[in-house]
Design a protein around this ligand. Structure first.
Ligand code: TRP
Length: 329
């Protein structure tokens, strides 16, 4: 069975885009692949060196993924800092990573621009830590967004370099996992592009119904169609795309018809969309709340993940040490 791995940022709640765009696919993948999902809390230190809420952020992420259907028995769901083997592999890989290539990474250059007062060595070697995350389980596939493609390319480079340097065929070269036609694009509420974390664009799974209503009612629209079957503007297409995800076919047909005959009232459509979003996310919101209140369950899930992750990681590290030439006396 192939191994799939995904790292999850430890800051920020899941929004509808994360859920329908990625997490539902993770849930489906669990039975076809050997899945590793981990919370990248070490990586967060490159940007938030002294996070007051490090622990609670990690807890929230775990609770949200569990609530969405990640099964801690079927998959390995763990916290990056719970697996010290990752840090040792990171150290070893650092010896074969060149400063020049790290400095040329887009994500590094972005950070130099956005946090000029904290250009730390961890930022420079961020792709090496990411490679360690991936290679520690000798992963075959990694589902990543466009912004992480280059980091994954670096992982392949480090894996290839390790294999060549020691004349082994040890690390598989991880490929980006493509959800293909299953990849659902979830648009945001501000009329442009996909749902993200920027203000006024996203709806979080934990948003209370009143918050969902307020956000949806503020979604960008246009002046309305003036002739029958008029081509839709981007913001209107987006609202229909969201309806495609959460509303019934009858509701969607109804509003399409209203649009095509120029009778549509965007206020009514948004009211309906808000209620349909609330209905779709209600069970998740409930479940997240329930899990967050159940420390014993989270502890058990994370403990089980740590145990499975360390078993796999220590095996890799033992073999890597041997390949490099460390020997016990
Ligand atoms: N860098 C990723 C992000 O910002 C998170 C991440 C860390 C990751 N390690 C990973 C993703 C390993 C995939 C594989 O989203």
């Amino acid at each position: 069975m192939e191994t799939v791995l995904s790292g999850i940022r430890s800051t920020g709640n899941l929004h509808l885009g994360n859920y329908y765009g990625a997490v539902t696919n993770f849930v489906r993948m669990q039975k076809d692949y050997n899945c590793y999902f981990f919370v990248a809390d070490l990586h967060s230190l490159t940007t938030y060196p002294t996070p007051e809420d490090l622990h609670s952020n990690v807890k929230t992420v775990l609770a949200e993924y569990l609530a969405c259907g990640i099964d801690p028995e079927a998959s390995t769901l763990y916290v990056q800092s719970d697996v010290p083997e990752v840090s040792e592999l990171y150290l070893l890989l650092n010896m074969n990573a060149y400063v020049g290539e790290l400095e040329r990474t887009t994500t590094f250059k972005d950070k130099v621009r956005t946090q000029p007062d904290n250009v730390n060595a961890g930022l420079l070697t961020y792709p090496v830590l990411m490679a360690a995350d991936i290679l520690i389980h000798r992963s075959h596939k990694v589902p990543v967004g466009k912004d992480q493609e280059q980091n994954l390319e670096m992982t392949r480079k480090f894996a290839r370099r390790f294999n060549n340097m020691y004349g082994v065929d040890y690390f598989p070269l991880p490929q980006s996992f493509n959800f293909g036609k299953e990849l659902l694009k979830v648009p945001g509420l501000d009329g442009t592009g996909k749902m993200g974390k920027t203000d006024g664009n996203g709806i979080y799974l934990v948003d209370e119904p009143e918050v969902v209503r307020k956000k949806v009612m503020r979604a960008v629209t246009d002046a309305g169609p003036t002739k029958e079957n008029q081509e839709m503007s981007e913001p209107i297409k987006n609202i229909f795309s969201l309806m495609d995800i959460v509303s019934t076919p009858e509701t969607i047909d109804h509003f399409r018809e209203q649009y095509n005959t120029c009778k549509i009232r965007y206020g009514d459509m948004k009211k309906q969309l808000a209620e349909d979003i609330i209905k779709a996310t209600d069970p998740l919101r409930e479940k997240i709340r329930e899990i967050l209140a159940d420390d014993a369950y989270i502890r058990k899930a994370a403990g089980m993940g740590q145990e499975k992750a360390r078993a796999s990681a220590s095996k890799t590290l033992r073999e890597v040490r041997q390949i490099i030439g460390f020997k016990p006396f």
